[in-house]
Design a protein around this ligand. Structure first.
Ligand SMILES: [Zn+2]
Length: 405
């Protein structure tokens, strides 16, 4: 596999500046297109799956993390608090506490459950400077997060549906070899104590995995401090495994925040929180996709989808017209004219672009295209509109195929 840091620089996707600080990368326009497209894919998949999106601030008062348990179990990974008047505020280490407060701000009936609350939001981790690099270890993280507040009876179905959402996303992203892990607590005091709840949550997650039919391995010492989780693992260019996606069933946070809903019996009941992330942090997901695909991202995700290459100055008007037609259809096309070098050089520099369209005198006269795919395959000449309609359909379906003739 490739190193995403090297490719990210070569492809002008992201970079860092010592004055912004280590572990705080910024996204260049092409990288921003990839990130935005990935975020929109996730939001749309979540909308279809019944999630509602919220926004919450990246800061919270220290007391909030004392209640959630982060302060006593996770403070080593948190930024130091900032003093503001007589208060201390903290860059948040997770989105869960904010979502628990949003749930708590309104009364809920059992009829509203499961309530699926999603956010692509910022969170922060005080990583040591020695381990920072590229997009995999960063201090500012954009997390694709969601919390499903549900009855205990609904938790397994919700967790299973979340796992299916993850598998669906991995198909669209071309990730075929993810490994599933049931992450359990290990020795040491970093976990909240309540053996009965740990056992209950672990049994439910095992039921989810068994029901989904995916092979998995149980590993001790990898749980969150408040509960066990299903982790979906991918490997980086050096073969190191890391967690991209997670599903957790949590009985702890609902108790800490005293969450409840009114049941059919008119009494107050405690909901369960299913924490889940489809693609994990946007930074780590993009890093993994760059490495996995060597920069040749699926067409729907590629910064430029169609490179339009006029043979000479004479075909420039037709080439510009084709780019305009692409843009009108919502496709991302770039014109690479003869001022950028010989045709061979332009084809080489567009080698990661899914579709390359050379326009010579013949194509210009007949409005026919003879596209070549990134894979090297050449298509028979076809009318421009037919080509664009096909590409539009493949991109709209988040297909990893470039052509399905
Ligand atoms: Zn959470």
């Amino acid at each position: 596999m490739h190193d995403h840091r090297k490719l990210g620089r070569e492809l002008d996707l992201f970079d860092t500046d010592p004055l912004m600080g280590a572990g705080l990368p910024y996204w260049l326009p092409d990288g921003a297109v990839v990130r935005h497209t990935l975020e929109e894919y996730v939001r749309e998949a979540e909308r279809r799956a019944g999630y509602r999106h919220v926004y919450s601030p990246v800061l919270g008062k220290r007391e909030l993390y004392e209640i959630s348990g982060h302060w006593s179990h996770y403070s080593e990974d948190m930024f130091p608090p900032m003093r503001l008047g007589g208060e201390q505020v903290v860059l948040r280490p997770s989105l869960c506490p904010h979502h628990a407060l949003i749930y708590r701000s309104r009364a809920h009936s059992y009829r509203e459950l499961p309530l699926r609350m999603a956010e692509l939001g910022g969170m922060y981790r005080a990583e040591l400077s020695g381990v920072l690099g590229g997009l995999t270890r960063v201090r500012a993280i954009q997390l694709n997060d969601a919390h499903i507040f549900c009855t205990p009876d609904q938790a397994v179905d919700e967790a299973r549906a979340a796992l299916e959402l993850i598998r669906q996303a991995y198909r669209a992203l071309g990730i075929e070899d993810a490994r599933y892990r049931l992450s359990l607590p290990g020795a040491g005091g970093k976990y909240v104590a309540d053996p009965a709840l740990w056992q209950r949550a672990t049994a439910l997650l095992a039921e989810v995995l068994d029901g989904s039919g995916v092979p998995y391995e149980a590993v001790e010492g990898e749980a969150a401090f408040y509960g066990p989780k299903i982790d979906v693992q991918v490997a980086d260019s050096a073969g190191r495994e890391s967690t991209l996606s997670t599903v957790q069933i949590d009985f702890h946070q609902p108790a800490r925040f005293d969450l409840h809903y009114i049941g059919p019996d008119g009494a107050r009941h405690r909901p369960v929180m299913v924490h889940r992330s489809v693609i994990g942090s946007v930074e780590r997901a993009v890093a993994h996709l760059i490495e996995r695909h060597g920069g040749a991202l699926p067409a729907w995700l590629a910064p430029t989808q169609i490179a339009v290459l006029p043979v000479s100055e004479a075909e420039l008007p037709q080439a510009a017209d084709l780019v305009r037609r692409c843009v009108e259809r919502g496709l991302r096309a770039e014109l690479a004219g003869p001022e950028q070098g010989s045709l061979g050089a332009r084809i080489r520099s567009a080698r990661l672009v899914p579709y390359q369209v050379v326009i010579g005198a013949k194509e210009a006269a007949a409005d026919l295209l003879a596209p070549r795919l990134r894979s090297g395959q050449r298509l028979d000449a076809l009318p421009a509109n037919r080509f664009l309609t096909r590409v539009e359909a493949l991109v709209g379906a988040h297909s990893t195929d470039l052509w399905d003739a």
